[in-house]
Design a protein around this ligand. Sequence first.
Ligand SMILES: [Zn+2]
Length: 263
Amino acid sequence: MRRLLVIFLAVAVAAACATSPTGRRQLQLFPESQMNEMGAAAFLQIQEQVPVDKSPVVNSYVQCVADALLATLPEQRDWEVRVFNDGTANAFALPGGKIGVHTGLLAVAETPGQLAAVIGHEIGHVLAQHSNERVSTAFATNTGLQLLQILAGSGTQQQQTMLALLGLGAQVGIILPFSRTQEAEADVIGLQLMAKAGFDPREAIALWENMERAAQGQPPEFLSTHPSHGSRIGNLQKEMPGAMKLYEQARAAGRAPRCSPPG
Ligand SMILES: [Zn+2]
């Protein structure tokens, strides 16, 4: 019985292994639809807690940069972009394609290209399904034993426990910071996205240099969960030759986003 369970679990986990856009094996235990629902719920919750910026100039600028990036994606879906009145230099993206940009970020990301670097990075987290991976890893490591016990039973009680675990796991996952590996992966995806959209990828380096300067005083929340600037800039520089090729192709194809920053 126990042996059968172990085999069953191994099969279930193997089936849930996915490959990220950069070719990395990752654990994805949750259906995408469920992650999207969690993302949508979290996005609504944030909009109740943090005032949404209604300025047309700011909104059309952020939307313009986001649209240019999203237009490069092979698979088109409905993304939602909101600007939040929050002085921290932060941005986030949630499963299901919800993007949030803090007004404080616009003081640090000084050009459309620099803003594209941050939004591209956040889109990268969504494309690579990093939230699902985080939740799945937490689920697998913290509740492996319980999971076995639940799989052993089939009653209503067990099914309810399973749902509770899934819900709880997902809620924890939304707020879990991303890992170093995920951050580096989001950087690579973001760099390629901005280049394909026709933003100069070298602006990503300028952005992280600005972030570093801005962090001299009080480090923004965004930075505390992100890798050190030195290693991040080093990684971006390694990816730069490939990104420059994509950028040149985009420019040759006439892609040159014109997004005017608010004055
Ligand atoms: Zn990140």
